[in-house]
Ligand binder design. Structure first.
Ligand SMILES: [Cu+2]
Length: 137
């Protein structure tokens, strides 16, 4: 876009250049759409990933045990609603949009138990939609 603006400002605007820029923008849109269609990203080899499914009105699993001192990533898939993930002790939250994997990197954690919950109202059982992240030394 900067090239287009520069060309306009200088009075040297070339219609062929505009067509090329439009083709590049269209190609970029196709690449972005293709990346969004990839449902499950590849994890790095040293990443401790826990996959969790969100569904009215629970997380599966709803108790997760992870090792302390190792970078942890939670990978959520919602199957029916834009549920929330809120981990108050770490001041973290995310929207869990159906059809995509929502990665929540937590970094290395100290031993203890952290509670998490859904913070998007998802129906009559919403208040009970919660889980525990148990970090073991
Ligand atoms: Cu909810």
């Amino acid at each position: 876009m900067r090239a287009l603006a520069t060309a306009r400002a200088s009075g040297r605007f070339d219609p062929r250049r505009r067509a090329t820029l439009l083709r590049l923008a269209a190609a970029g849109a196709v690449v972005v759409a293709g990346a969004a269609a990839v449902r499950r990203p590849a994890w790095a080899a040293d990443e401790h990933v826990v996959e969790i499914t969100a569904k009215r009105f629970n997380y599966t699993p709803n108790e997760v045990v992870v090792p302390a001192g190792v970078p942890i990533t939670l990978a959520f898939t919602s199957i029916d609603f834009i549920h929330g993930f809120n981990l108050p002790d770490l001041h973290l939250r995310a929207d869990l949009v159906p059809g995509r994997v929502t990665r929540v990197p937590l970094g290395p954690l100290q031993a203890g138990t952290l509670d998490f919950l859904c913070d998007n109202f998802c129906g009559d059982g919403h208040e009970g939609m919660s889980g525990k992240l148990i970090v073991k030394a």
